[in-house]
Ligand binder design. Structure first.
Ligand SMILES: [Zn+2]
Length: 365
């Protein structure tokens, strides 16, 4: 069967381009996804790479643009299916979200339940339905999946490993989740950037993270999937883009899609504290203030280490917030003005939680 997505159709040894119909506009016309299919001369895995689901995150788009070249295809075993602009409306308006759906677009992928019909609630939006269709295409052909994002200014470039969920009592499902999670670990190591897990299992549904592209593809479709966060939003740094390309080529070497040994990842900071980690937003300010950061992305921290100094508008020191955890700094959110309760540092903290876990008991009721 020939691999196709929208009007792009795979051809041996070639890069083909096309478009995939996403959302039709009331005034006519349509948002379409740009699609690139690069197929090697030899049969092999199908690697899906997507970017631009949040309209302010542009590094991944450049990674895809520069990664896929005729030289790469001449060495390639298998196929790359790439979509560099998953959220055309958000990208056009430089917003995280699309103006025709108020939800985080990376929380619109299927969760394994069929949508409930409730006359008092709007049915799934056009965008949600479109991502559902796209999910089916990914499920049909993908061996591996990478979704490229950015997190905030000067952050580390890293991967978020999702937890993989299964239904309680479903032994085969649990085994599949464990196998998928193991592949994700190998894939993350092959990529070679800093690694951290996302929230703990219990938080997944709460945060609707199970409906992110990668969690949905890993859990519902059983395909190893990773979210790469390529540092700053908006205009990317060239070093980050190049490190992203090198990481993806290393994933393809791991997957047997490219020959040769892994290439070194250079130009970015890579942190390994020596224990597994997960994300936590910390240094929540107790009062309205300006924050002066005492750490930066990549700083290793221990319990008690100072993270930020709080000052009033005149610069008078109000206090210092210290770390309650061992770990490292992933990023500092944009800006230095904070209201009470807002977190001023994103840490990777020690993670003792399992990487696979059961859905809540009533999830499928
Ligand atoms: Zn994002």
């Amino acid at each position: 069967m020939t691999l196709a997505l929208g009007t792009a159709q795979a051809e041996r040894g070639k890069i083909t381009y096309g478009e995939y119909d996403l959302v039709r506009h009331p005034v006519g016309g349509m948002d379409r996804l740009p699609v690139i299919i690069a197929q090697g001369n030899e049969e092999g895995p199908v690697f899906w790479i997507t970017a631009g689901i949040h309209g302010i995150e542009h590094a991944g788009i450049q990674v895809i643009h520069k990664l896929i070249t005729q030289e790469l295809v001449s060495e390639l075993r298998g196929t790359i299916v790439a979509v560099p602009a998953l959220n055309p409306a958000g990208l056009r308006t430089l917003e995280r979200r699309a103006y025709y759906d108020d939800t985080d677009p990376n929380r619109l992928f299927p969760d394994g339940r069929s949508p409930k019909t409730d006359p008092d609630k709007a049915p799934p939006s056009a965008l949600e339905q479109a991502y559902r269709r796209l999910f089916e295409e990914i499920k049909k052909s993908a061996s591996y999946f990478f979704d490229l994002h950015c997190i905030s200014i000067n952050s580390l470039s890293f991967v978020f490993r999702d937890r993989v969920l299964y239904r309680k009592g479903d032994e085969a499902g649990k085994q599949r989740a464990e196998a998928v999670s193991k592949k994700m670990e190998e894939m993350a190591k092959a990529y070679g950037h800093t690694i951290t897990a996302d929230f703990s299992v219990g938080k997944y549904i709460d945060e609707k993270l199970h409906r992110s592209s990668t969690a949905s593809i890993a859990t519902v479709a059983g395909i190893p999937a990773l979210t790469a966060e390529l540092s700053s939003s908006y205009t990317p740094m060239r070093t980050t883009v190049e490190a992203g390309m090198a990481g993806l080529r290393n994933v393809m070497r791991w997957a047997g899609m490219l020959p040769g040994a892994p290439e070194p990842i250079t130009g970015i900071r890579i942190v390994d504290p020596g224990f597994p980690t997960r994300r936590r937003s910390v240094a929540r300010v107790p009062e309205a203030c300006f924050v002066h950061h005492l750490v930066e992305a990549g700083t290793l921290v221990k319990v008690g280490d100072p993270l930020v100094e709080m000052r009033d508008a005149w610069g008078r020191v109000l206090g210092v917030l210290c770390s309650e955890y061992d770990g490292f700094v992933i990023s500092c959110p944009s800006g230095i003005l904070y209201y009470p309760g807002e977190a001023s540092v994103l840490l990777a903290i020690r993670d003792d939680e399992p990487l696979v876990g059961a859905y809540p008991a009533d999830f499928f009721d």
